[in-house]
Design a binder for this molecule. Structure first.
Ligand code: PEP
Ligand code: MG
Length: 371
């Protein structure tokens, strides 16, 4: 068994030497980050920070935040959230040991944070000191018809900017504690669900202000990289003007597929097999990148982003990022890295190597490239 392990390590070493596209992992927890390291991921390409608030204790605090009606009420809750987030990020930076960590700002579909059960509403009413009937009424008022197309991502960041302020501060403070071998950690901060240049400007202005405040409090200098997720068709179409303000763009093909098809990613499973069977779609576009439609938006967005900023970093972080066919597509489009769930990293490393070798030798070309 030891010999087999050695052989596998040798093979993976060859693969890493051959490939010419980086492989990162999506990770939100220390356990995910550790798995990513074990599989030799070259960084975290997507940390979904909203997932850090799903455990019951924290969920109530985030709900208090969302239900606070005044800015002083929000500030009080955020003061409790800040140390939790700082700790979360410190842990990720510690485990990643100086490898890049791309932290996506809070991207809630709001319905995931509204208490719909009686028990949840009772707990929140106690935390807020409000009658349960008030909480129930507000949950009903805040409910959206299409939460996945509602007050999500940067839209919440623009309308309730204090949440992103808190997260930026937590990231910067964690960064300052996390230098590796004397090299400062340069955090990557990613804005979700952007569709307009102005959204980026508004968020950037506030994050720059937070950075300036932390620098003067700590008496130190640091830098950070700001980027966006391209996951609405409009962001791909306007990538040139959006790129002006960003160091990187990461394509979120889960939402981009949903929005390009106008097909709910949470409901498509109900009829997908019928659709594939009848040949409407060749494959489930949520599993295999739709190179003709969604792929064209990726190419176009990449091209327009690069035309405005030649050194912009391009990547994919939707589920497709771990799929060999998608990796081939992204590599051909000139992407710098793909990010996928940690357990798909080894296959992604091998797939990337196979592509590079096939290019050089004309041999072992994957069948899906010959289609
Ligand atoms: C995406 O939309 O592709 C993405 C990576 O973000 P999420 O799945 O969290 O919406
Ligand atoms: Mg998304």
């Amino acid at each position: 068994e030891a010999a087999e392990d050695d052989a596998l390590l040798t093979l993976m070493g060859w693969a890493d030497a051959a490939r010419d596209i980086d492989i990162r992992a999506n990770a939100d927890t220390p356990a995910d980050a550790q798995t990513a390291r074990n599989f030799n991921a070259q960084g975290i390409g997507l940390c979904r920070t909203e997932h850090m608030f799903f455990d019951p204790g924290r969920l109530t605090v985030m709900r208090e935040m969302i239900f606070a009606e005044t800015s002083s009420g929000r500030a009080a809750v955020l003061a409790r959230l800040l140390p939790m987030q700082r700790n979360d990020f410190r842990e990720l930076f510690r485990i990643m040991e100086g490898l890049p960590v791309c932290i996506r700002l809070f991207d809630p579909p709001l319905h995931e944070f509204l208490p719909t059960t009686t028990a949840g509403q009772r707990e929140l009413s106690e935390a807020l000191g409000l009658p349960v009937s008030d909480v129930t009424r507000r949950v009903e008022e805040m409910g959206e018809y299409n939460p996945m197309l509602g007050l999500r991502g940067v839209r919440l960041g623009v309308t309730v900017p204090e949440i992103y302020d808190m997260q930026a501060r937590a990231i910067f403070e964690a960064t300052l504690d996390a230098s590796h071998d004397g090299d400062p950690v340069v955090p990557e901060i990613m804005i979700p669900l952007v569709s307009a240049k102005r959204e980026v400007e508004l968020v950037k202005t506030r994050i720059d202000a937070v950075a300036a405040a932390v620098k003067s409090e700590r008496g130190v200098d640091f830098t950070y990289r700001l980027g966006v997720m391209v996951e609405t068709p409009r962001a791909a179409l306007r990538a040139d003007e959006i790129a002006v303000h960003t160091a990187f763009m990461s394509f979120g093909t889960n939402d981009l597929t949903q929005m390009t098809y106008g097909l709910s990613r949470d409901d498509a499973g109900r009829f997908m097999s019928d659709y594939v069977q009848q040949g409407v779609f060749p494959e489930d576009p949520f599993h295999v990148l739709d190179v003709d439609g969604v792929g064209e938006l990726l190419q176009l967005g990449a091209q327009r982003g690069r035309s405005a900023k030649p050194d912009i970093t391009l990547s994919i972080c939707g589920e497709h990022g771990g799929n060999p066919e998608s990796i081939a597509f992204c590599r051909a489009a000139g992407f710098d890295y793909v990010s996928c769930s940690p357990f798909r990293v080894p296959v992604a490393r091998l797939a990337a190597a196979q592509l590079a070798i096939a290019d050089k030798t004309g041999q072992n070309v994957p069948t899906y490239l010959k289609r």
